[in-house]
Design a protein around this ligand. Structure first.
Ligand SMILES: [Zn+2]
Length: 138
């Protein structure tokens, strides 16, 4: 879900994002909702170079999905059964595989580059910070 408008980004087994390349070219990208699955789909003419930073936007409200905690991470929300909610963060650098699933009492990381974002290495410190950020948004 988009953290701004609450709209569902998940359609037909993919998460759909509106993206901008650094040269302002716009496109749509489909990612897997499965954490740790880095397959993606997009128009064949819409090429991303490895290492390129891509700006992610909600296709419904057009707001940026760049996270507050690191400008290289995208932030979305995830619902699971029983009212459980997570914050999902993943890298917006093409080819970089880092995903983090965070809730008040759980933390899970995936991807070969997951060690890259030092914020999440401070395992005991991330929890109060994430909570504070959430409170500020409300
Ligand atoms: Zn939105």
């Amino acid at each position: 879900m988009c953290p701004h408008c609450g709209g569902y980004l998940n359609v037909a087994g993919h998460i759909i994002f509106s993206v901008n390349k650094s040269n302002k070219k716009k496109g749509l990208i489909l990612l897997s909702p499965q954490i740790g699955n880095y397959t993606s789909d997009k128009h064949k003419e819409f090429n991303l170079a490895k290492g390129e930073a891509v700006a992610f936007f909600c296709p419904m409200c057009q707001k940026t999905l760049t996270s507050d905690i690191d400008e290289n991470l995208v932030h979305v929300r995830m619902h699971e059964g029983a009212g459980k909610e997570f914050d999902i963060y993943f890298s917006r650098i093409a080819g970089e595989q880092s995903t983090y699933q965070v809730s008040d009492d759980e933390f899970f990381k995936a991807g070969k580059d997951a060690g890259r974002y030092t914020y999440f290495k401070l395992s005991d410190k991330y929890k109060p910070l994430v909570k504070r950020k959430r409170r500020q948004k409300k």
